[in-house]
Write a protein of this length. Structure first.
Length: 299
């Protein structure tokens, strides 16, 4: 009963967070285009139109990736997609309770079912989530295999959009970026809205910077937050006995990014809006070895 109440509480909190996020994003975008942009840019100039298209591109991708991150399920484990050998191996670990640092079990004792590599049980949603990273109340669900790319791109475009707005307002206040057609009365009348937009944007830039750096590091090294903690522990254990632990899912820069964002020919394609399915099914993973190995230690 307590667990069910906790889940209802978290779901209610998630709905509240999504509502707040929508209000902040839509309100800031509206304020920027309705109030800030006309005062700093002249749309009768090429420079003004280039900036308008750039700002529109940032806003579109921000909204696009946030909607898809909220609406795309992270993916749940399906025992029917596992082979007989994988099911047998998971069954052997059913009675084994692994301690911290001993690696991840192939049996989920919370949902009482086989657990594919990289999947973890979410206590908030009550599901065994594929390649689970964390539960994010701002998107109302877990960030996992199928919506991880949208989460990362949402962070990137949120940071880029707010940083762009901060630069425009800052240059406007410095007298460098000003629309010659804007009159002084309009500037004075909208000064409070401009200041509010600046405060919200710079607060988001500061707050999102840490998440982008952290999430980017995990994507570049092909780890989730949970795996990072486990790999950190196993690295220490390997060092104690004179061995080096290697992350079995680290496929190199290009391989790691393709596993998160899907196949691409050029790196710039990562930042393009896309709904193409990922190559991995979330149950089987390509590793730096021929097969998934639970112990990846070497001299």
């Amino acid at each position: 009963m307590a667990c069910g109440f906790t889940r209802i509480l978290f779901k209610g909190l998630a709905l509240l967070c999504i509502s707040i996020a929508i209000c902040i994003i839509s309100g800031t975008i509206f304020t920027f285009f309705h109030t800030v942009f006309p005062l700093v840019m002249d749309l009768d100039s090429v420079f003004g139109w280039v900036n308008f298209l750039f700002a529109s591109w940032l806003s579109f991708n921000l909204i696009f990736n946030y909607i898809l991150c909220v609406r795309t399920p992270p993916g749940c484990a399906d025992p029917l997609l596992l082979s007989e050998s994988e099911l047998a191996e998971a069954e052997r670990e059913r009675l084994v309770i692994k301690k911290r640092g001993e690696g991840f079990s192939l049996w989920c004792h919370h949902s009482n079912q086989p657990k594919p590599p990289r999947a973890h049980y979410c206590h908030v949603s009550g599901a065994l989530v594929l390649k689970m990273d964390h539960f994010c109340p701002w998107v109302g669900q877990c960030v996992g295999h199928h919506n991880h790319r949208y989460f990362l791109l949402f962070l990137i475009y949120l940071w880029s959009s707010t940083f762009y707005a901060v630069c425009c307002i800052g240059l406007h206040w410095a007298g460098i970026l000003t629309n010659p057609r804007a009159n002084e009365a309009s500037i004075q009348a909208e000064s409070q809205n401009i200041s509010l937009c600046f405060v919200v944007c710079i607060a988001l830039v500061i707050a999102i910077t840490f998440f982008i750096v952290w999430s980017g590091f995990l994507a570049l090294t092909n780890q989730t937050t949970i795996e990072f903690l486990g790999n950190k522990s196993r690295t220490k254990d390997a060092k104690k006995i004179g061995l080096i632990f290697y992350n079995p899912f680290d496929l190199g820069l290009r391989g790691n990014l393709q596993e998160v964002f899907g196949p691409f020919k050029s790196y710039w394609e990562i930042f393009m809006p896309s709904t193409l399915p990922l190559e991995a099914d979330g149950h089987h993973w390509v590793t730096r070895y021929s097969t998934y190995e639970k112990d990846s230690w070497s001299v």
